[in-house]
Design a protein around this ligand. Structure first.
Ligand SMILES: NC(=O)c1ccc[n+]([C@@H]2O[C@H](COP(=O)([O-])OP(=O)(O)OC[C@H]3O[C@@H](n4cnc5c(N)ncnc54)[C@H](O)[C@@H]3O)[C@@H](O)[C@H]2O)c1
Length: 244
């Protein structure tokens, strides 16, 4: 149903669970991909499974905490593809730190990756955006629901939600939306599921984790012409665990 033929996706954290699934959905819909991750070896291995011709794929080592790194990735995307149509700042870090023991370094690092990183990539992408561009910011249910032992992460994701709303107003006609995934089956949530899995699944009306593909489909919808009148919105993909 959705076609991204001739469109270019720019995404961070592309070697991870949701990132790779999103790359796959956009690739199947015809997009070219400019993908970055801190771990380039894992990114290359993961993206080998996409089976895309070289002229539709750009892979780069990318550290979202470094503004220059985002500028470089955007420049490479512009040189290779001529511009960017969809921006998905997806890189994330989910450390577990009881608040009483949380170090200032862990607080700062978590904010740097999950919030500053979104700022850097979205700002760097602006000069490369083409008509009908959109951004889908990856927030989290934690921003709405609270997340014990992840207060830094929840605070950063709350910032991402607010940033999306402000950018929707300031950058229009560029559409800017957010997605708030709940518990999605990626390496990121494994420690949480080991600690509280049965309790959390019991509280989820759909009684299961979400798949990275289910989040990727939501991102594709928000970025597509099907959502052409949707901006400043947050789409929840959480199996009903948090109902706004
Ligand atoms: N999995 C979930 O349940 C869940 C729930 C809500 C939100 N999210 C969000 O979805 C996004 C993707 O998460 P995921 O579950 O796929 O996690 P993941 O751990 O599988 O992927 C995260 C990716 O981000 C990359 N990354 C980390 N620091 C980076 C940096 N400084 N620069 C560039 N890349 C960096 C990692 O190398 C990794 O490939 C994150 O923003 C996460 O917060 C995930």
């Amino acid at each position: 149903m959705i076609s991204f033929e001739g469109r270019v996706l720019l995404m961070s954290g592309a070697a991870g669970g949701i990132g790779l699934a999103t790359a796959r959905v956009f690739a199947h819909a015809g997009a070219s991909l400019a993908l970055g991750d801190l771990d380039e070896r894992r990114l290359e291995e993961a993206c080998a499974t996409l089976d895309l011709p070289a002229d539709r794929l750009l892979l780069a080592t990318h550290d979202v905490t470094d503004p220059e790194s985002s500028r470089k990735l955007v420049k490479q995307a512009q040189e290779k593809f001529g511009g960017v149509d969809v921006v998905v700042p997806n890189a994330g870090l989910y450390p577990t730190d009881p608040f009483a023991d949380m170090s200032a370094a862990s607080w700062s690092r978590t904010l740097a990756v999950n919030l500053d990183g979104v700022f850097h990539l979205c700002q760097a992408a602006l000069p490369a955006l083409r008509p009908d561009a959109s951004m889908v910011l990856v927030a989290s249910m934690a921003a709405h629901y609270g997340s014990p032992t992840h207060a830094h992460y929840a605070a950063a994701k709350g910032g991402v939600l607010s940033l999306a709303r402000s950018l929707a107003k300031e950058l229009a006609p560029v559409r800017v939306n957010a997605i708030s995934p709940g518990l999605i089956d990626t390496p990121m949530v494994r420690p949480l599921m080991q600690a509280r899995g049965p309790e959390l699944l019991n509280a989820t009306p759909l009684r299961r984790l979400g798949t990275p593909e289910e989040v990727a489909n939501c991102i594709a919808f928000l970025a597509s012409p099907l959502a052409s009148y949707v901006t400043g919105a947050t789409l929840h993909a959480n199996g009903g665990l948090y109902i706004a």
